[in-house]
Design a protein around this ligand. Structure first.
Ligand code: PMP
Length: 402
């Protein structure tokens, strides 16, 4: 039996089988390449659900983690630490003038955001506790976040649902307005729905949501777990809304996960001061949240994206993808639409493909399919044009063959 098959067999015996894992055990990574335990090479166009935003084992991140590991690992949040402050200051610089709370995952960041939205609501009126979310959204796997998520499948078998979440159709401002009542305290939405099928909003919708929230004094939460950290070619996905509407379309709270730790467990809630001030001592916490090693890496990710011009690069790579995927006659019968921004792209096929992810793996390519027929491409922001072109051409071939 090969080295890898032995690992897979041990994994099947030792790990809960709650993921639809491929029978592949990854051993090593460098940039946009991975090698499995038998030494087979893969080109990674999904970066571990977007987590490896600068690719695998980026030298600057290895250096940041190593240096911090030799200096300070953990003191607990009854003290300040330098890396937390330095990272939070970068968030203020690149996002908005908010204050940060750190945890370990997207779901936890959204939990914190929903708690804070309730706190803000209940500071005005004790019955304000409902949060409106959108159909086809995804916000995490905790009990409250499966209730928030606009996909009943994630709740199956876990009844009763945590109360207080109301779902409406995204993109329909009248539906959102109709759902607001005296008990509503907030709205939670993704700038682009990732897991739900790479759904982008009609022009003007996010600005209208912001206006509705202002009118009814609701806390607007943007879940930027997928769309944050340069993934879309802007620092944060909501900055497209500001660019489109000419006025700032800012959330009251933004949540981050995945890419923000480059693969280390980091979740962030960034809240504007009026909301942040409510979360006073004892109201929320996390023992290991804001761990110095994770924070040193997160800070370095932002510095790399800035110094290496990776937002511009992501937009150039988007352009290349649009040219390869949108303007090819052999594909026109198969592709319904290519959408997304930067290096967060969805290729919606007309029909559900047959074993596309598995066939790609056989050819040494890592991609993802969500919502049955949307091929997702989310490589590292620093993928080089040669690898990207090779990957896109392989994707094209695989789609044509299906
Ligand atoms: N929000 C969004 C938009 C997500 O896509 C995800 C994960 N796919 C989450 C939250 C949950 O993040 P985590 O798995 O880190 O808890």
């Amino acid at each position: 039996m090969s080295q890898m098959n032995q690992w897979v067999q041990r994994g099947q015996a030792a790990l809960i089988q709650n993921y639809a894992r491929s029978p592949i055990c990854m051993s090593r990574g460098e940039g946009s390449r991975l090698w499995d335990a038998d030494g087979k090479e893969y080109l990674d166009l999904f970066a571990g659900f977007g987590g490896a935003i600068l690719g695998h084992c980026h030298p600057a991140l290895v250096e940041a983690a190593t240096q911090q590991a030799q200096k300070l690992w953990h003191v607990g949040n009854t003290f300040y630490t330098e890396p937390q402050i330095e990272f939070a200051e970068r968030l203020q610089r690149f996002a908005f003038a908010g204050q940060a709370f750190f945890c370990h995952s997207g779901a936890e960041a959204n939990e914190a955001a929903c708690k804070l939205a309730r706190l803000a609501g209940q500071s005005a009126c004790p019955r304000k506790w409902k949060i409106i979310t959108l159909h086809r959204s995804f916000h995490g796997r905790t009990l409250a976040m499966i209730a928030a998520t606009g996909n009943p499948k994630v709740r199956d078998g876990f009844a009763p649902d945590v109360p207080g979440f109301v779902h409406v159709e995204g993109g329909d401002i009248a539906a959102l307005e109709a759902a607001i009542d005296d008990e509503t305290c907030g709205v939670l939405m993704e700038p682009i729905q990732g897991e739900g099928g790479m759904n982008v909003w009609p022009a003007g919708y996010p600005a209208q949501v912001r206006q509705l929230c202002d009118r009814h004094q609701l806390t607007l939460i943007f879940d930027e777990v997928w769309t944050g950290c340069g993934r879309t070619g802007k620092w944060f996905g909501h900055q497209y809304f500001t660019a489109a509407s000419g006025t700032a379309v800012l959330p009251d709270i933004m949540t981050l996960g995945k890419a923000v730790g480059g693969g280390l467990p980091v979740g962030v809630m960034l809240a504007r001061p009026h909301a942040a001030a409510l979360l006073n001592a004892g109201k929320h916490g996390s023992t290991l949240g804001g761990n110095p090693i994770c924070m040193a890496v997160a800070k370095t990710i932002f510095d790399q994206i800035e110094s290496q011009g990776l937002l511009r690069h992501a937009l150039q790579m988007e352009q290349m993808a649009m040219e390869v995927l949108a303007n090819h006659s052999g594909l026109s019968g198969r592709i319904a639409q290519v959408r997304g921004h930067g290096l967060f792209l969805g290729v919606e096929l007309k029909d559900a493909p047959n074993q596309l992810v598995e066939r790609a793996l056989q050819r040494g390519l890592i991609i993802n399919v969500t919502a049955q027929k949307v091929v997702r491409l989310a490589p590292a922001l620093n993928i080089n044009p040669t690898d990207w072109a090779r990957g896109l051409n392989l994707v094209k071939e695989l789609i044509c063959e299906s």
